[in-house]
Design a protein around this ligand. Structure first.
Ligand SMILES: NC(=O)c1ccc[n+]([C@@H]2O[C@H](COP(=O)([O-])OP(=O)(O)OC[C@H]3O[C@@H](n4cnc5c(N)ncnc54)[C@H](OP(=O)(O)O)[C@@H]3O)[C@@H](O)[C@H]2O)c1
Length: 347
């Protein structure tokens, strides 16, 4: 159905339009091979299984992840296979390895992409940056995408609670004429609520911008800047942390999620309201050039290249751990650890 977002009309698919029974009918002869059992793999594979689809998992043996798949009920030789065997058995290959892992496994996956199969992604990365990733699918397979707008953990958790996470979907290549039915059926099958239409390029550029921006990069930057100013002016760590992070995550953001920002502004003290109205535009103006620089870096492929280079290195995990340690051991997040312990529900 067409829905208005502000004044812009967009195409959205709902579960009412495309019910689960229809999805089951569309995919009744397919073997869905979920390749990779990291974060998205378990959420999507378990939801598909519980929704009654024919699913197998492909995972390399001898890693903890293989044991995790067994613990979740996948049976070696029946529903759990080595990656190569899963590629052979599957008619729809859900490529859910890490983006760097996808580059490494691509030659194997490609070998098994016989005519009529479908290659499914949850991120536009591999295809959009194909010159860098080498992921160039043959012309006679469908290439589709369902990207849940959240972590695989939330996808599963919300499914178990009887809710759904919204996803975007896209078609890069429709070789069989069935790509649209296949992608929507898979989107419903993995537990999506609503499905928003996009394309691979727009999915990856918005996603890379968002995670580097307000979702994670910018928010930590703004937290750090405010915390440092408060500390430099003699406020205690607990006071600085509470006014920077705790109140936002515990009290305000759930309300903004429910009601929008104008409601939040209307339902705070008049003092807070005046200040917030006066200051949001200077913050927008100060940060907008950084967002422009970020978007250009995403658009030019520089961000993708940096991710590929750093995530393909053998010492990737050690380097990552050192960077996370710096964050964890910063005074702000040390203060955060203590504040979290003091939440009434944790006592
Ligand atoms: N994380 C999310 O919630 C999320 C949200 C939306 C979209 N996505 C997209 O979904 C896809 C999967 O992401 P993810 O976060 O679930 O990935 P992830 O947790 O990083 O994936 C890890 C999986 O990839 C396997 N793997 C990594 N390198 C490999 C290699 N060289 N050879 C064989 N297997 C390898 C791992 O096996 P081992 O454990 O044996 O190393 C594991 O099964 C990505 O395209 C991502 O952008 C993710």
């Amino acid at each position: 159905m067409k829905l208005k977002f502000g004044s812009v009309e967009e195409n959205v698919v709902t579960r009412e339009e495309f019910p689960l029974e229809k999805a089951r009918e569309v995919l009744k002869d397919e073997v869905i091979a979920v390749l990779g059992y990291g974060v998205q793999g378990p959420g999507q594979a378990l939801n598909l299984k519980d929704n009654g689809f024919n699913v197998i998992v492909g995972q390399r043996k001898g890693s903890k992840t293989w044991d995790k798949a067994i613990a979740d009920g996948w049976v070696p030789g029946e529903t759990l296979f080595e990656l190569e065997e899963a590629c052979e058995r599957g008619t729809i290959l859900q490529f859910l390895l890490s983006d760097a892992g996808q580059i490494a496994l691509w030659p194997t996956v490609k070998k098994y992409l016989t005519p009529g199969k479908a290659l499914y992604f949850s991120h536009g990365f591999g295809i959009t940056y194909k010159e860098k990733t080498g992921i160039i699918p043959p012309a006679d397979v469908d290439v589709i995408l369902v990207a849940p707008k959240g972590s695989g953990t939330s996808l599963r958790r919300m499914f178990v609670e009887g809710r759904g996470l919204n996803s975007s979907f896209a078609i890069y290549q429709d070789a069989t004429g069935k790509a649209k039915d296949r992608v929507i059926a898979l989107g419903i099958g993995v537990g999506s609520g609503y499905l928003f239409e996009t394309d691979f390029y727009r999915e990856v550029t918005s996603d890379l911008t968002g995670e580097r921006g307000t979702l994670m990069g910018a928010i930590q930057g703004i937290f750090a800047a405010q915390y440092e100013v408060l500390r430099a002016n003699g406020h205690s760590p607990s006071e600085a942390f509470n006014e920077t992070v705790e109140e936002l995550t515990q009290s305000l953001m759930p309300l903004v999620a429910e009601n929008g920002m104008d409601w939040m502004y209307a339902n705070c003290s008049t003092t807070a309201q005046r200040g917030a109205l006066d200051w949001w535009k200077p913050f927008r103006d100060a940060t907008k050039p950084v967002f422009e620089e970020l978007y250009n870096s995403v658009k030019s492929g520089k961000e993708a290249q940096k991710s590929i280079d750093s995530n393909s290195k053998p010492d990737y995990r050690e380097k990552l751990e050192a960077e996370l340690k710096e964050l964890r051991e910063s005074e702000m997040w040390q203060a955060g650890a203590t504040v979290r312990k003091l939440r009434p529900e944790n006592n």
